[in-house]
Every structure is written in structure tokens, then in C-alpha cells.
Write a protein that binds this ligand. Structure first.
Ligand code: F6P
Length: 462
């Protein structure tokens, strides 16, 4: 048997991997490396020490890379058939499991679990099986495998059957639904998800709240956690990386351009999100409109810098939401704008350097999701902002557990309350703002990505 084991000592599995490929006009492949917590976490170990990242080929460039045998050390891309991936990712992961955990359904008409759902679920199973088989093939005897997120809930159970010798973990980057909402899923599917995850030795969550919700679902629906351990690891921002990166030349250039858009001497309210239904961008804009309408003293003196980067545009509901964000921003500019003042500066083209420039200029950071696993923007802006910022933070973001004390806290559905919170945040004096921002930065960087990852690895090994 031993001869059939692979070589990897530490494995990570996720839908989106650390690298993606693009086919250039001359036919060459261009690799683009992504950022984020997992990337810096795993690079703390690296391929030389036997670490392997198993991920999905997403799009034509990635598929072409797999076909040509092009790849990076320490990364294995799975070329699951495009239609199977689309059903699993768009159909089940993003339109069902994401909606359940973020409680996004308009319940009088959604969800509808019919024959089409069952067909897509079969693809989700096949997609999860492809990951379990790849991990089983690549893992050395007794290796540790940490599976990521709601795309891959069935992998731990499948992998346990294939390779009982492994130490298996799973980490959820989303909230977990309360039991009454979770049980909207058909009973057999809810059970399959929970039992799939309970195939792991250890399950990780971003906050105690999401961990407790998962435990409650297991107690109500499958008789408890069995032998599976639960851990809470609140991923923090990477202070060293952010401080260095935010002072590079491209960020300085974008700061100059943004300053010109904002105008001299004005306060800035900054938000940076994927254009994601759960981020509550539209209510944030409505709150800003109410601020300008109800407190005219802020007109001409403040600008709302909103970066809303495209996300999941294969789904109509995301495209519609993106259009709504644009529409409301335009309405505000038409209603209040003057020759020298554009109240909302909205950008939709993804640009990391420009995001950092906005962070540096932020007087107020607006983070008002209706539900969010953590929200790293809330942790990043206080680290980067030049003068310190006041954080307006939704109590429904995971980050609230760590940052709530020093933030201006809002109920994300309460538009008037959020308008008042913006006024309060804009009114904080420079000294207090800097103090609060310092405390937020310290709390938000307490568990940097590499430590976050190693902490889980140690827990699984011990
Ligand atoms: O929050 C869960 C998550 O998978 C994050 O890890 C990631 O930032 C986000 O969703 C991205 O989603 P997608 O891969 O669909 O763009």
C-alpha cells in the first residue's frame, strides 16, 4: 500500500488557487499570482517542505495551462469539466450554500429545490469527489490536508474513506447559518453537508458565533459533532505586507489621482468591496444620501469613495446588483453634485494599488455587510490610513467580535442609523480618531495570515 502514497506532507484544497493563467495574443501563457490570507499562509511552508495546493482550473487560461502541462511548483490544478464546475460553483456553492449562510433568500419565492437543483447537486458531488481523489493521490502517509470553504463541504468525508491515515481539517471563510435557516435545505442535503464536514478531524471557523451555529446545526440535525473538534481562528490583516505595499510608487501615483477627484480639504468615507450581495453597498449609499439630505453642513465637505469590484458576473442577480449600485451612485451625484464637487466617487475596475491609496486617504471606513464571515477591509484600513480612520462597522460582520469596541457599530438594515453613524464618525476629532485607529490596527493584526495557518496546522498535528 505504501507505494501508492504521494509525497505531499501538507495539502490545501480550495476552489480558487494562488495562481491563474491568461492566454496572451501571441499564444503564450501569462501567470498571475493572487494575494490573500491562504497564499501568505501556505508560503510560510512552501513546496520545498512538501506543501501542495490543490485547486480548480477556472477559465480558459487555466485549462490551457493544464493541457500544456504548465504549472507552478506546489500547485496542482484540477481540470474538472466546465459544465460540472459551473453547476457546482455557480449553481450550488454560490446560489445555494452562499445564500443560506448569508441568509440572502427572498423567501416568499426562493429557494426552490426542484429537479434542476438535484441535477446541479450531482455535479457538486462530482466536483468534491475530484478534489478528494486528487488529495488522496498526492498525500504522503499521515499527511495533513486542510480543505477550504463551502465549495468543498463533502471532501472531508470522501477523503476520510479513501485515506483514513490522514489528518483532515476544513476551514469555513463564511458565516454559518442559524439552524432554522440552514434547515431550509432538503433534509438529506443538509445531512450530507454536515456529515461531509464531520469527516474532518477538526473544523475551523472565523468567529465563535459561526462555530456555535455550526454546532447547533449538528446537534439538531445529525445528533452532534461526533469526534470532530471545533476551532476558532480569526484571520487578521498582514500588517508588514500592507505597510510596505501601501508606500510603493504605484500607490503614490493613485493617491495623487484620487486626491484630484476628491478635491482639497474634504473628508473621505471609503469603502472597498467585491460587488457582493452580502456587502450591502446599496444601503450604504442610501445612508450617505440621507446624511447629505438631513445634515446639509456636510455638503461639499465630504466625498464617498466607493470601490465596488465585479464579482460572480455569471449570475444575473450579481449583475443586477452591480447595476443598482451604479444607478444609486449616479442619482446621488445628480441630486447633490455641484460644479466643483462629486459626492460619490465610484470605481468598478479592480485595482489593488488604488484600493490601498483609498485606505491611506480614509477618514472614515464604511463596512456595513448584512452578514460577513470576517471582513478583512475592516482590519486593513486602520493599518494603512495615514491619519487614522474611524470605522463604521456592521454588527453582522465577523470582525465585529474583535473590533466592535473601538468602532461605531451599526445595524446594517438601518439606513437612518447608518447615516447617523456616518455623521458621528465624521465628527470625531483628530486625536481620538488616531487613538482609536491605533487600537483597531492592533486588534486587526493580532493573528496574521502565516500564524493563522500554522496555528491550524499545529492543532491538527497535535
Ligand atoms: O468568503 C468566502 C470566499 O471564498 C473568500 O475566501 C473569497 O474572498 C470570496 O469568497 C471570493 O469568492 P469567489 O472565489 O467566488 O470570487
Amino acid at each position: 500500500m505504501a507505494s501508492s502514497f504521494g509525497a505531499a506532507q501538507v495539502l490545501v484544497a480550495s476552489n480558487r488557487g494562488p495562481v491563474s493563467y491568461e492566454v496572451r495574443q501571441d499564444g503564450s501563457l501569462h501567470a498571475k499570482r493572487g494575494g490573500g490570507g491562504l497564499v501568505s499562509g501556505l508560503s510560510a511552508i512552501g513546496p520545498d517542505a512538501g506543501a501542495l495546493w490543490v485547486c480548480s482550473a477556472l477559465g480558459d487560461g487555466d485549462r490551457e495551462a493544464v493541457r500544456r502541462g504548465v504549472g507552478e511548483d506546489g500547485v496542482r490544478m484540477l481540470d474538472v469539466p466546465a459544465d460540472v464546475h459551473a453547476d457546482a460553483y455557480n449553481g450550488i456553492a454560490n446560489s445555494v450554500l452562499w445564500f443560506v449562510h448569508h441568509m440572502l433568500y427572498q423567501t416568499p419565492v426562493e429557494p426552490v429545490f426542484d429537479g434542476e437543483f438535484r441535477r446541479q447537486w450531482a455535479s457538486y458531488e462530482a466536483y468534491n469527489r475530484a478534489f478528494a481523489e486528487a488529495l488522496a493521490e498526492e498525500a504522503a502517509e499521515g499527511a495533513v490536508a486542510i480543505v477550504q470553504d463551502y465549495h468543498l463541504t463533502l471532501v472531508p468525508g470522501m477523503l476520510r474513506e479513501l485515506r483514513p491515515d490522514l489528518r483532515i481539517g476544513h476551514f469555513s471563510h463564511t458565516p454559518w447559518a442559524p439552524v432554522d435557516y440552514f434547515r431550509m435545505l432538503p433534509d438529506d442535503i443538509a445531512e450530507q453537508v454536515l456529515r461531509g464536514m464531520l469527516g474532518a478531524d477538526r473544523l475551523g471557523f472565523l468567529t465563535r458565533r459561526w462555530a456555535d451555529a455550526f454546532t447547533a446545526c449538528c446537534e439538531a440535525l445529525v445528533g452532534g459533532l461526533g469526534g470532530t473538534e471545533i476551532g476558532v481562528h480569526g484571520l487578521g490583516a498582514d500588517a508588514d505586507f500592507l505597510r510596505k505595499r501601501s508606500h510603493e510608487a504605484d500607490v503614490d501615483e493613485r493617491m495623487a489621482a484620487l486626491r484630484a477627484e476628491i478635491g482639497e480639504g474634504r473628508r473621505t468615507i471609503v469603502r472597498v468591496d467585491r460587488t457582493e450581495l452580502s456587502k450591502n453597498i446599496v444601503r450604504g449609499l442610501l445612508a450617505y444620501r440621507e446624511l447629505l439630505a438631513g445634515r446639509p453642513e456636510w455638503r461639499e465637505r465630504v466625498v464617498h469613495v466607493a470601490f465596488a469590484y465585479p464579482s460572480r458576473q455569471d449570475l444575473a442577480v450579481y449583475r443586477d446588483y452591480t447595476a443598482e449600485v451604479r444607478r444609486v451612485a449616479q442619482e446621488i451625484n445628480a441630486e447633490f453634485g455641484t460644479a466643483g464637487w462629486t459626492p460619490v466617487v465610484l470605481h468598478v475596475k479592480d485595482d489593488f494599488a488604488r484600493s490601498l491609496a483609498a485606505y491611506r486617504l480614509a477618514d472614515v471606513a464604511l463596512v456595513n455587510p448584512i452578514r460577513d464571515g470576517m471582513n478583512l477591509v475592516a482590519k486593513e484600513v486602520p493599518v494603512v490610513s495615514d491619519e487614522g480612520c474611524v470605522l463604521v462597522l456592521s454588527r453582522e460582520a465577523g470582525a465585529y467580535e474583535e473590533l466592535g469596541e473601538d468602532a461605531v457599530v451599526v445595524n446594517p438594515y438601518d439606513v437612518s442609523g447608518t447615516a447617523e453613524a456616518l455623521h458621528e464618525a465624521l465628527s470625531v476629532g483628530a486625536g481620538e480618531r488616531a487613538e482609536r485607529s491605533k487600537r483597531l490596527a492592533a486588534a486587526g493584526t493580532a493573528l496574521p495570515p502565516a500564524r493563522w495557518f500554522l496555528e491550524q496546522l499545529d492543532a491538527l498535528r497535535s
